[in-house]
Design a protein around this ligand. Structure first.
Ligand SMILES: [Fe+2]
Length: 162
């Protein structure tokens, strides 16, 4: 990607979940499974994030990334049920990095997974038709060479809670 796109991708990575400010902590930090109503509230966060960032001209180009980072390649994602390459490339990249980061980070409901287990999960989800399998393959290659991002036990976000 050109440097300008990479800059936007980095900004999108930081802001993609900003809509979660509208999700109550008791749902975000719930140790057990979410009920139907709670799932519905969580699923609103991409559109809320888009609404929050929309007034800022400097974020205009990443609005589709924020809105579509929970779409799935087979159309079963949200909020719009986009399929395959209808999902913006940056959104497909962010969702892979986001899932990986979640898996290798301690959560209220489970401990962090080792990197290899997280990559296995990503590959499985690509196999289900949820993630872009060519991007998951590239991500796995980059991750295994430990060159661009070292494996961490905690995410930057998680460290704020320390
Ligand atoms: Fe999200």
């Amino acid at each position: 990607m050109p440097e300008d796109d990479l800059r936007e991708l980095r900004t999108a990575c930081l802001l993609h979940d900003v809509g979660k400010v509208a999700v109550p902590d008791e749902i975000l930090l719930k140790p057990g499974a979410l009920n139907t109503q709670e799932i519905e509230i969580v699923r609103q966060h991409p559109a809320i994030g888009e609404d929050i960032c929309a007034p800022l001209k400097s974020l205009r180009r990443i609005l589709p990334v924020i809105r579509h980072h929970h779409e799935r390649m087979d159309g079963s994602g949200y909020p719009d049920g986009l399929c395959g390459h209808e999902i913006p490339l940056m959104a497909r990249i962010v969702q892979i990095a986001d899932i990986y980061d979640a898996l290798i980070t301690n959560r209220p409901y489970r401990d962090a997974l080792p990197s290899e287990d997280a990559l296995e999960t990503l590959n499985r989800e690509a196999g289900y038709g949820w993630l872009d399998s060519s991007l998951v393959w590239k991500f796995s290659q980059i991750c295994r060479c430990h060159e661009y991002f070292p494996v961490r036990g905690r995410s930057m976000l998680a460290s704020y809670y320390a």
